[in-house]
Design a protein around this ligand. Structure first.
Ligand code: NAD
Length: 516
């Protein structure tokens, strides 16, 4: 194995950050963190349990009930968020270096994710000052307005693919709206998350507003989900974990946002711009090492162009540059962890029985160590194949032919997932009609996954519940209290008005009610 550089000044241990202080776990427990090129332990991280979550939630609750953050003007909070964005931007190279080292993501892509994290804060900083709420007037009778309020302590549970960026996606709107938070980052990749505390302190976020507890999902994550003082859980991760969290949160009737797994189709019709479609579908499944929830990991290709597509696609996939994560030339780095590597390699072996291997199929030449996987392409994959149905979350793609639009749609919808879909055709009518019928939370027509932060993000079926993105994130992290005000005469249906005693003394019609 060749050597690869280790970032300068790596922390010697990773701690929790609770109520403005870095702390170890109460029981002193730690877990090993590996770097994915050598799979060697490079640092130990504090392994949080229920007791640590209790402390973090207590700090966040205090900061919410007694601290200034929820009561600050949106403009004041916005300034803090912009400062956070400035700091993240100014440290993008360091963030990318650490993220790439910890996760195995190629450095150029980790840099893009660091900048996106800054952009997420800037976006919500802008949105919160532009936020307007509804007012409804019934002329002369009533005004009704929406009083938007932060909810309390938000529990944020995040995965290991693009960890820093995905954390920013939740932290940005949760903080912009005045909540306080407890973040439980993924245990495979705790390094970049440990930088938030310093960034937030420098930007002037009040003490206790941000708390971080590291640890395993079934310990720290579970305790956060089951904590009665955490009314909101925003979770991104596997569909199976989402189901468990859904069940565990049910007795507390928590607000849940679930961004889950995917097995998204890219549908290439014969009339598509083939060069663009090939470039996009290569990038769509091999970028971020294929560890991408919206990866177009099933490519459905119309039969007329199928053979040409497969041949060109396989040739290009073989040219995708696998390399060390720190190398700016690298297009596919090392998968995050040996456990995940074993899972992906398991699917590569399954695929050899289920499809025709036309590229990859193991570790790439010169990288027969660590968690490197060659971009792997299977053609002629049947819809009942496991590699067609199950999320692999690595650089592995299944290609399947189709004849008609109806068949393409049937194949596209033939999984339990429904996160994204990509359609390649030059027929506008077909593209829009396909978008209407495909079971996916997000559709890109003749486009790669390029996201406008204002649009809804989320999946249908097993890919998620609820939408985040733009105002939907603001909605998730706030209560919209309706306030009703009478303007004119009070219109009351009067129950219980007839007092029998008053009835007896009431003047009869024979008496003069007005003795003047
Ligand atoms: P995961 O579900 O294993 O873990 C995600 C997080 O949940 C981790 O922090 C983990 O510690 C925690 N967790 C695990 N068990 C828990 C429990 N019982 N209670 C509370 N928390 C628990 O997912 P992963 O392997 O880290 O991430 C990959 C998955 O994430 C893929 O399925 C991918 O598609 C999905 N993902 C989805 C999106 C999206 O927006 N839809 C984005 C990125 C990743």
């Amino acid at each position: 194995m060749s050597s690869h550089p280790v970032p300068q000044d790596l922390p010697t241990r990773i701690q929790h950050y609770i109520d403005g202080k870095f702390v170890d776990s109460i029981d002193g427990d730690t877990f090993d963190v590996l770097e994915p090129v050598s799979n060697e332990v490079y640092v130990k991280a504090a392994a949080g349990k229920k007791a640590d979550i209790d402390l973090a939630v207590a700090a966040a609750t205090r900061a919410f009930q007694e601290g200034p953050w929820p009561k600050m003007l949106p403009r004041e909070r916005s300034r803090v968020l912009h400062r956070i964005a400035d700091i993240v931007e100014s440290r993008d190279a360091r963030l990318a270096e650490l993220e790439s080292f910890d996760s195995g993501l190629p450095i150029t892509q980790a840099l893009g994710q660091a900048r996106r994290a800054a952009e997420n804060f800037r976006f919500f900083a802008d949105l919160i000052v532009a936020q307007a709420d509804d007012t409804f007037k019934v002329p002369g009778r009533q005004i009704n307005y929406v009083n938007r309020k932060p909810i309390g302590v938000a529990g944020l549970i995040t995965p290991w693919n693009t960890p820093f960026m995905l954390e920013s996606w939740k932290l940005g709107p949760a903080l912009a709206t005045g909540n306080t938070v407890v973040l439980k980052p993924a245990e495979f990749t705790p390094l970049s998350a440990s930088l938030w505390a310093g960034i937030f302190e420098e930007a002037g976020l009040p003490q206790g507003v941000f708390n971080l507890v590291n640890g395993l999902g079934e310990d720290a994550g579970d305790a956060l989900v089951k904590h009665p003082d955490v009314p909101l859980i925003s979770f991104t991760g596997e569909s199976r974990t989402g189901q468990i969290i859904f069940g565990n949160a049910a007795p507390y009737l928590k607000g849940l946002s679930m961004e889950l797994g995917g097995k998204s189709p890219a549908i290439v019709f014969a009339d598509a711009d083939l060069d663009a479609a090939i470039d996009a579908t290569i990038f769509g499944v091999f970028s971020l090492n294929g560890e991408r929830c919206t990866a177009g990991s099933r490519i459905l290709v119309q039969r007329d162009i199928y053979d040409e597509f497969v041949e060109r696609y396989a040739a290009q996939a073989k040219r995708v540059k696998v390399g060390y994560p720190h190398d700016p030339e690298t297009e596919v780095g090392s998968l995050v962890h040996p456990e995940h590597f074993a899972k992906v390699m398991g699917y590569v072996e399954i695929g050899k029985d289920e499809g025709r291997l036309v590229a990859g199929g193991g570790q790439p030449e010169g990288f027969e160590f660590g968690n490197f996987v060659a971009p792997t392409v299977f053609a002629d994959v049947k819809p009942d194949a496991r590699i067609f149905q199950e999320e692999i979350f690595g650089p592995v793609v299944a290609i399947t032919p189709f004849d008609t639009d109806e068949e393409a749609l049937e194949l596209a919808n033939n999984t339990k997932y429904g996160l994204a879909a990509y359609v390649w055709t030059s027929d506008l009518k077909r593209a829009h009609n396909f978008a209407q019928s495909v079971e996916a939370g997000m559709v890109w027509l003749n486009s790669n996954n390029v996201r406008d932060l204002r649009t809804p993000f989320g999946g249908v079926k097993a890919s998620g519940l609820g939408h985040e993105g733009g105002y939907r994130s603001i909605d998730f992290y706030t209560d919209q209290q309706a306030v009703h005000i009478t303007l004119g005469k009070v219109h009351n249906p009067t129950f219980g008005k007839q007092d029998p005693a008053a009835e007896e003394n009431r003047p009869t019609d024979l008496e003069d009610p007005d003795p003047r």
